[in-house]
Design a protein around this ligand. Structure first.
Ligand code: NAP
Length: 300
C-alpha cells in the first residue's frame, strides 16, 4: 500500500469529504479527551492538502495488543502515544528507532506496510523548539535539568547530542537522577544532584529547564526554584504549557531572562511526527495558531 501523502482539496476535519483514499491517523492515551493533538494535526493536514484524518482513541492498557493489530489491519498510517502507554506500547511494535530504544519510550508510531516502527520525538522536539525560540546553540553550555521523569529522559538524551559542557540533573528523589545520569553517561558529562543543591546549581547554569509538574495548572503559584536564583543571562525553560507562562517563567522574565515555555515542545514533537508520516515539512506556524486558540478558548 502506498501511504505517501496524496494531495487533496481538503481533509475531513476541514469539511472536505472523506473518500476512499483518506488515510487514518490518531493518538492513544488513557485519558485522551483533553488532547490537543487532533485539532493540531488535522490543521496540519488541511494546510498541506494531505488527505488524512486524525482522531483520539481512548485505549486501556489491556487493549494495546488489539490496538496494534487494528493499526496493521486498517492501515492506520501514524499514531501518537501519550500517557500512560509510552513504555508499554513498545512490546507490540516491530522495530524501535535507536534513540527511542535508548530513551525507553515511544511517542510516535509509523506504519510502513504493516511494519510498526516506534520513534520518540519528545526530546528532539524540545531541542528544536529551544533552539528556534530561545537558545540557538547549546554547545559548550552548562545545563540544569530539574526533574528525572519520562520527559526529562527524552530531553537529556536529545540535549546530550548538542555537546553541552555538562548537564546537571536535580531531582526530589536523588536515586532517579542518578539512574538517569548513569543511563546516558556515555553521551555527555552528566551530574546527578539532590534538590538541596538546586540553588547553587541554578547559579552556575546557562540554561535551567523545569521538567517537573511543579507550577502546572491548577498549582500555578508554585515554582521549582526561588526568584533570583538564576545567574545573569541564563535562559529559563519550562516544559509546562498550561499555563503558557508558569510562575518560574514569569519571575525569570521580570528579572530580564530569556524564557521558553512548553508549547513549542508540544508543537515540534507533533511536527516531527508529521514529517515521519508524510515526508513533508510540517506547517508549524498554523499548528501553533490552532493550539493557542484552543488553549485560550479553554480559558475564556
Ligand atoms: P513524570 O514521569 O511523572 O515525572 C515527574 C517528575 O516531576 C519527577 O522527576 C518527579 O520527581 C517530579 N515532581 C513531581 N512533583 C514534584 C514536586 N511536588 N516537587 C518536586 N518534584 C516533583 O512526568 P513527565 O511525563 O516527565 O512530565 C513532567 C512534566 O513535563 C509535566 O508537567 C508534563 O505536563 C510536562 N510535559 C510537557 C510536554 C510538552 O510537550 N510540552 C511533554 C511531556 C511532558 P520524583 O522523581 O521525586 O517523583
Amino acid at each position: 500500500m502506498n501511504y505517501s501523502a496524496e494531495p487533496f482539496a481538503g481533509n475531513a476535519a476541514a469539511g472536505g469529504a472523506i473518500d476512499s483514499h483518506t488515510v487514518l491517523y490518531g493518538v492513544i492515551g488513557d485519558p485522551v479527551r483533553h488532547s490537543k493533538s487532533p485539532i493540531m494535526m488535522n490543521r496540519a493536514f488541511r494546510e498541506t492538502s494531505v488527505n488524512g484524518v486524525y482522531a483520539a482513541f481512548h485505549i486501556k492498557e489491556d487493549q494495546l495488543a488489539a490496538f496494534a493489530g487494528g493499526v496493521r489491519a486498517m492501515g492506520i498510517r501514524g499514531v501518537n502515544v501519550t500517557i500512560p502507554h509510552k513504555v508499554n506500547i513498545m512490546k507490540y511494535l516491530d522495530e524501535i528507532d535507536p534513540a527511542a530504544a535508548a530513551i525507553g519510550a515511544v511517542n510516535t508510531i509509523v506504519n510502513e506496510d504493516g511494519k510498526l516502527i516506534g520513534y520518540n520525538t519528545d526530546g528532539v522536539g524540545y531541542v528544536r523548539s529551544l533552539k528556534e525560540e530561545a537558545m540557538p546553540s547549546i554547545a559548550g553550555k552548562r545545563v540544569l535539568v530539574i526533574g528525572a521523569g519520562g520527559a526529562a529522559r527524552g530531553i537529556v538524551h536529545a540535549l546530550a547530542a548538542e555537546r553541552p559542557e555538562r548537564i546537571v540533573i536535580a531531582n526530589r528523589s536523588l536515586g532517579k537522577a542518578e539512574e538517569l545520569a548513569g543511563a546516558f553517561a556515555n553521551l555527555a558529562e552528566l551530574e546527578p544532584i539532590a534538590s538541596g543543591g538546586l540553588e547553587e546549581a541554578c547559579g552556575q547554569a546557562d540554561l535551567v529547564i523545569n521538567t517537573t509538574s511543579v507550577g502546572m495548572y491548577p498549582n500555578v503559584d508554585e515554582s521549582p526554584v526561588g526568584k533570583g536564583w538564576l545567574k545573569e543571562g541564563a535562559v529559563a525553560s519550562d516544559l509546562i504549557y498550561n499555563p503558557l507562562a508558569t510562575r518560574f517563567l514569569r519571575e525569570a522574565e521580570q528579572l530580564g531572562h530569556t524564557v521558553h515555555g512548553g508549547l513549542g515542545m508540544f508543537i515540534q514533537q507533533g511536527a516531527i511526527a508529521f514529517e515521519h508520516w508524510t515526508g513533508k515539512p510540517a506547517p508549524v506556524q498554523a499548528m501553533r495558531e490552532t493550539v493557542l486558540a484552543a488553549l485560550n478558548g479553554q480559558r475564556s
